[in-house]
Design a protein around this ligand. Structure first.
Ligand code: B12
Length: 261
């Protein structure tokens, strides 16, 4: 009964899918948009998901308090909480060979948020559905960072694209192979579970989108101008120099290609 009320409240604030573990309400935030091209990872093209998901979960947390929770804690992407495991345990998806949590409706293109609470709720059952285990993500990963469903966080191109400072020649090559100035989508793009997806119904992810950055966009901006212009996007948290470095690496590919022509 209480679970139904929580699911209905979630729907009213635009959260389509929630599930329950013993101590958390876990919510999915789909962000897929059918777009071609661009040089920013799909997850970072809209306004920052942390802000959008936290805002909604804070409203839902108030509802939990009305239902008797004496304390609630909202978490979106906080290091010490394993969001994917929580969503799996809450019956919201299954693990892919690429380490991503996947569900039938959104593929792997969703964010996960949680509300930790002290209400006594029956946990949901994990899904029986499973990854097709086709191996495409492992084979196509530019860094060969995937093995047996585990991501080597040191090797993953997404992590390299977010590193501060200089990169090794090998890391630069991986940025070139990934082709993005922020993040990496290869293991999701090749995944058959991500075929034929619907564009997200969340309007928050459809406005103010930026699909690409260029050196010209960034090179003359002061740090505060950069923050003002791009501070609401998830690609901005490491500052502009990381993006400029990645764009320089990518533009050296463009130059090499021009020379060949
Ligand atoms: C650090 C981090 C990264 C690092 C390291 C990733 C890693 N280790 O997997 C880097 C920068 C590389 C990264 C990249 C990306 N990330 Co990230 N990342 C995180 C973060 C903050 C912590 C992940 C972590 O280190 N967990 C701890 C380690 C031990 O967990 P793990 O490696 O996943 O393995 C555990 C579980 O997966 C589980 N598990 C694995 N298989 C199975 C099977 C069963 C049956 C069970 C029960 C459990 C289980 O057990 C493992 C041990 O506990 C989470 C948010 C969070 N707080 O959870 C987001 C998160 C995982 N990232 C997310 C996203 C979107 C991405 C990117 C797609 C972004 C991009 N496009 O560039 C890529 C995807 C790369 C990939 N293939 O995983 C989403 C994933 C959503 C989803 N649908 O799965 C999350 C959940 C953020 C969010 N709240 O939405 N990320």
């Amino acid at each position: 009964m209480i679970k139904k009320q929580i699911i209905n409240s979630a729907k009213k604030i635009g959260i389509e899918k929630v599930g329950f573990t013993r101590d958390a309400v876990v919510a999915l935030f789909p962000y897929y948009v059918n777009e071609q091209g661009g040089n920013i990872s799909a997850y970072a093209r809209s306004l920052d998901y942390h802000i959008i998901a936290e805002e909604k979960l804070n409203i839902l947390a108030k509802e939990l308090e009305k239902l008797g929770a004496s304390e609630t804690l909202v978490h979106v992407d906080k290091g010490m909480h394993d969001d994917r495991k929580a969503a799996y345990l809450a019956g919201l998806g299954f693990f892919g060979q690429n380490g991503m949590l996947i569900c039938a409706e959104y593929g792997s293109y969703f964010f996960i948020g949680q509300i930790i609470h002290d209400l006594e709720l029956e946990p949901d059952e994990p899904q029986e559905m499973d990854c097709l285990q086709c191996g495409r993500c492992e084979r196509e990963c530019p860094a060969k960072a995937l093995r047996g469903g585990k991501v080597d966080a040191e090797k993953c191109v997404s992590a390299i694209s977010q590193k501060r400072g200089g990169l090794t020649a090998e890391e630069m090559l991986l940025i070139k192979k990934g082709g993005l100035c922020w993040g990496c989508d290869v293991c999701q793009k090749v995944c058959p579970h991500n075929r034929g997806l619907q564009t997200t119904a969340m309007p928050e992810f459809l406005t103010d989108r930026i699909d690409a950055l260029s050196l010209d966009d960034l090179k003359d901006l002061s740090n505060s101008e950069f923050k003002k212009k791009y501070g609401r996007y998830a690609f901005s948290w490491r500052g502009k120099n990381v993006l400029i470095r990645n764009l320089q690496i990518l533009s050296s590919v463009a130059e090499e290609n021009n020379e060949k022509e």
